[in-house]
Structures are given as structure tokens and as C-alpha cells.
Design a protein around this ligand. Sequence first.
Ligand code: FAD
Ligand code: DLZ
Ligand code: SF4
Length: 512
Amino acid sequence: MGVLRLVLGDQLSPNIAALDGLDPAHDVVLMAEVMRECTYVPHHKQKLVLVLSAMRHFAAELRARGIAVDYIRLDDPDNSGTLTDELTRAIARHRPEGIICTFPGEWRVLEAMRGWEEGLGLPIEIREDSRFLCPLPRFRRWAQGRRQLRMEFFYREMRHETGLLMDPDGPVGGQWNYDAENRRPFTSGLAAPPPRRPAPDAITQDVMALVESRFAANFGTLDAFAWPVTAAEAEAALADFITHRLARFGDHQDAMAAGQPILFHALVSTSLNLGLLSPRACCEAAEAAYRAGRAPLNAVEGFIRQILGWREYVRGLYWLKMPDYARLNALEATRPLPWSWWGGETRMNCIRQVVRQTRDLAYAHHIQRLMVTGNFALLAGLDPAEVNEWYMAVYADAYEWVELPNTHGMALHADGGVIASKPYAASGAYINRMSDYCRLCAYDVKAATGPDACPMNALYWDFIARHEHRFAGNPRMAMPLQTLRKMPSEKRAALQAQAAGFLAGPEMRPEA
Ligand code: FAD
Ligand code: DLZ
Ligand code: SF4
């Protein structure tokens, strides 16, 4: 035969580099469902169903185009359980001249790939993943020699290079960034049209049964499973967002509302990360809506910035900084995850809301991830390794290249400021301004000490006090440090005692 072309579970794009130049008469595509990928973190049930069902749909689409696909199912009795061993078995079956694969999304998989040539005794070609708007060598060039790697400057270069949302004389509207118009506080009555989401078809239902039988103990429920598993479904979901939610995406990007997990967000990350949608197509659809007068600039620029800016930037950073990045723990945080994060009882309504919707949907939007669970983890000093594993496990869109910089860097400041020039630390007042969670909470957001005081308040001041010396030279931390220093010592001691009491209390029980 010709060449064996490996396609991984998050490489489900017809234009994936490994398929370039495929000779249908001689080449075979290998796709394998393996236990190692299904268990390297305890994935949410919906994430497992999503990836395996999308893989099966993609294999069927390739076959319909006349391409030979050797597809190994998880319940195949001879399944060896790892990608390396499935490659070994496939080589014995097909006797290929060589193997072609695409650069993966995680360091641990790249390490395995790099060992294949020697281990399998065949030439291996690892091709650049061309689905991103910024190739990795381009990102490295941008980063070289810079003291600070700020997203905003990277984003401007990407706007220039791609021409997205650009006029001949500069950025559309004259401004690069409309973030200041994207932070409207929560207003009562805020309601978004419910997204149109695809119902599970027969293939997905089969996978659901498989996952329920093999991964019964994993976190999450399948009842509300409605993720796109094909490119056609993903395109329909994008069109639904552009038509019904994009126009208000900007204004309410940072808002959170009980019972409204999605609000005006796009729900495209799972499709983008699997390869069912392209980042350029998402950005172009949003720009077209702006140019047709169907969405305002703050919404469209905000959406494009997330994809062209943040998404490309975190990927570049991940590959620039790994593998040492994952081991950083600049704030020396060591506390285990509380049981409430796996569904255990908590009186904190913000945590309860976010964990419940995560259990039911495998989804939380950015501010919920950053400013509710992320902020709590930062303030309480939760161990970054445990927090990273949780985010990797519970969200349907989680792959290390995107999860790690966001969690480790942006939320936990464990990288000491590579991504964010200051920690995203906030007291209960922020959550109260941006959501209706506090109104329905057993704790009092206005109180910082006492049995019913909002834990975020004392934890916030305890965090600032714990890291007072580290942040002393950071101008962006000057305000809270000044407030702390002016604080009467009895008040400071009371806040620290309140935080210590909470951290030693029942809410922080480690096991689920
Ligand atoms: P929208 O809010 O509608 O945004 C549109 C798209 O922009 C997203 O689909 C996504 O592709 C991109 N985007 C937005 N923000 C970011 C960002 N900070 N980094 C990268 N891309 C971004 N995103 C993931 O795809 N996988 C993850 O594992 C992941 N983990 C995260 C962990 C933490 C602690 C935080 C704070 C953020 C994380 N994000 C992750 C980023 C962001 O929260 C999700 O991309 C977003 O919530 C997905 O929902 P959406 O498609 O409705 O996004
Ligand atoms: C996430 C995932 C899961 C759950 N299962 C598989 C699988 O069985 N086979 C496969 O090829 N890929 C799977 N994936 C996606 C991989 O984990 C992903 O390709 C790597 O993490 C690199 O991003
Ligand atoms: Fe969360 Fe505090 Fe608000 Fe309760 S009062 S929802 S704990 S921020």
C-alpha cells in the first residue's frame, strides 16, 4: 500500500494537513478510539460522546468520498488502548511505506509522536496544523525579543495580516478594541433567545450508550447533550448565533444570569477545537453581519478578538512555553479542590450555579470560568495541577493547548504574569455587579466578616495580604495594596481570620 494517514479525534477537518495529497487508490486513513485518550483526565460524559461521535461521523464522510478508513472502535475486542499500539497494529495490517500525521494539540501527544519513527521503524512526517490563522513559526517570530507578550499587540498584527475587520486606512471604526463597551453589568430581565441545538442522531445515541456503560462514574449528565458532531451541524449552530445572538454578544459578554447558562455566547468552541468549523469562517461570518448592518461593531470586534486574538495567542504561547509552563506555580498554591467542584454541597450560589450547569452542559462561558471558579481558585490558593485537571475534564471544548494558558496563566496567575500583567482577583462585589447570583445566595455579598459573610470578600483581602510583597512593584496592583495598607490592623486580622475559618470549614472538604 501507500501511506498510512493518522487523524486524531480533534483533527476532524477535510483539509487537515495529514490528508493533503492523499492517494485514494493506495493510502489508508487510520482513526482509533482508544482508552488512553478517553481516560488521561476523567472527561465529562458529554466530552467523550462529542469526540467519539464526531470521529465516527467524520470517518463516514471520508468513506463517502471514496477514501479508505481503518476505524478502530473503543469496544473492538482487539483494541490495544493507545494510539501508539493502534499504529503498531495498523502497520502490521497495511504494511505502509510511511506515516503522515498532523501536529497535535497537546505536548504529551507530540512527545509520543516524536518517538514513533524510532519505535515503529517507519518514516513519520508530522505536518504543521494549518487550521490556525497564525502558524507557530509566525508566533515565535512575533514573540522573539519581546519583554512582555501582550495579546493586544499580537491581535493588531493578526488584524493587519488577515485583513479581518480592516478598512484600507486602518481598523474598521478607527479603534482596535471595543472591550470597554463589552462590560455591561447584569440587568434584570436580561434574556437571550435559546440557541438552536442539534438533537442526537443514531450514531450519537450509540456512543451515548457506550459512554454510559463504560464511564458511568464520570462527572456530568448526558440528558441535555446537543453538541454539533458534524461540520453541517456546526455551520447551522454558527448561523443561529450570527442571526440571533451576535448583535448583543458585545454588550453582555461579561454578564452571568441564573438559569441562563449561554446568554449571548456563540457555543462554537467545541466545533472550532474539533475542526468542524474554521476560525476564519467564524470571523468572516461576524464581519459580514457587521457590514450588512445586522450587528454593531462592539459585538463583532469583540467576537473576532476572541478568535483571532485570544484563541491564536494562547495556542502560540502554549507551544512557546511548554513543557516547563505546566509546572509553574508562581503563587505557591497547594490547597486541594473542594468537593463542591464535583457537585458537593455549597452555600455559595455562584459556585453552585456554575458547577451545576457544567455538570448538565459541559459548558460555562468565559466569565463564569474566569471570575467564578477561576477567581475562587486563585483566592483560595487551590493547587494549579488539580485545577487544570478539573478544567480539562469538565468542559467539552478542553484540550491542553487552550485550557492550560487560560487556567494556569489567566485565571490562576501560576505563570507569574506571562499572560496577564495582574491577577484577575475580585471580591464578591464583581460577581454581584455582573450577575444575579448574589441575590439568591445564602451568603451576604455586602458583608466581609460574620457567619453569613460572602466568602469571596475575606478571601480576596487574604489573597492580597498573602501576596503583598510579590505584588508591591506592580503598578496595576497599587490600588488594592494601598487600601490594604490603610486598613486598621484589627480589620485586617478579622478578615484574615474569617478567610482562615472558611478555608478550614465544611465547604472546603476535599473529596467528592
Ligand atoms: P464565546 O464567548 O462565544 O467566544 C467565541 C470563541 O472565541 C470561543 O468559541 C473560543 O473559540 C474563542 N475564545 C474566547 N475566549 C477565548 C480564550 N480566552 N482563549 C481561547 N479562545 C477563546 N476555551 C476552549 O476552547 N477550551 C478550553 O479548554 C478553555 N478553557 C478555559 C479555562 C479558563 C479558566 C478560562 C478562563 C477560559 C477557557 N477557555 C477555553 C476560553 C473560553 O472560556 C471558551 O473558549 C468559551 O467560553 C467557549 O464558549 P463559546 O464558544 O460560547 O465562546
Ligand atoms: C479527547 C479525545 C478522546 C476523548 N478520545 C480520543 C480517541 O479515542 N482517539 C483520538 O484519536 N483522539 C481522542 N481524543 C482527542 C485527543 O485526546 C487529542 O487529539 C489530543 O489530546 C491532542 O489534542
Ligand atoms: Fe458568590 Fe458571594 Fe455572591 Fe454568594 S454572595 S453568589 S458567594 S459572590
